[in-house]
Design a protein. Structure first.
Length: 200
């Protein structure tokens, strides 16, 4: 068996748990309750061009595992595992969906968004794991000793969060729930000294 480097192992166990929870909940859940757009959602116009910021999430997560302070990596892994568990339970017990706007046009952005939608679940909306994991990754990376990187990470995370609504993959309510999941699971993970204090 190939032994993964510690940071890559943490990435596989943390982010991998999210994939397992997301997939299993999609198989176990019933029809979803349709969530309606709020006034806050309508302030963000639908625009397929936001897909590139949305997809940059898939760079932020591994970047967090590879570049965060070593002592924070076990916390990040455990917080993501807790987030996957909590979100998976909600997805099964209270599945949700939304009215996805049609993606018209022949632009590369529109094509990318259609491809993303085709491979994603139409349910699993609330809480937004995209938002929850973005928050956790940002928390792991923000460091007073690296102010410029911290500022860029905050801006990057805010842009990803904006794009989640801009592409209508989630609504503001889903994002709020995702942020709450991140806060609760982050605090829970920090209360496990064996994992939160052991450096990688």
């Amino acid at each position: 068996m190939i032994a993964l480097p510690p940071r890559m192992r943490a990435l596989a166990l943390g982010w991998g748990a999210v994939g397992v929870a997301y997939t299993l909940s999609s198989l176990l859940q019933g029809p979803g309750t349709v969530l309606a757009e709020s006034a806050l959602d309508r302030l963000v116009p639908f625009d397929p061009r936001g897909v590139w910021l949305y997809l940059s999430f898939f760079a932020l997560i591994p970047y967090a595992y590879l570049r965060a302070d070593a002592a924070r990596v076990p916390w990040l892994m455990r917080a993501m595992q807790f987030g996957a568990l909590v979100s998976g339970i909600v997805f099964v017990l209270f599945p949700t969906t939304l009215h996805y706007p049609p993606v018209a046009g022949a632009s590369l952005s529109a094509a990318a968004l259609r491809l993303l939608a085709a491979g994603d679940s139409a349910q699993n909306c609330l809480p937004s794991l995209h938002a929850a994991l973005t928050c956790l990754a940002a928390r792991a990376l923000v460091d007073a000793r690296r102010p410029w990187r911290s500022a860029l990470v905050v801006l990057w995370s805010a842009a990803i969060t904006w794009s989640i609504v801009q592409t209508r993959r989630h609504l503001a309510l889903d994002i709020s729930a995702g942020v709450l999941v991140a806060l609760v699971c982050g605090m829970l993970a920090a209360r496990l000294p064996a994992f939160s204090r052991r450096a990688i």
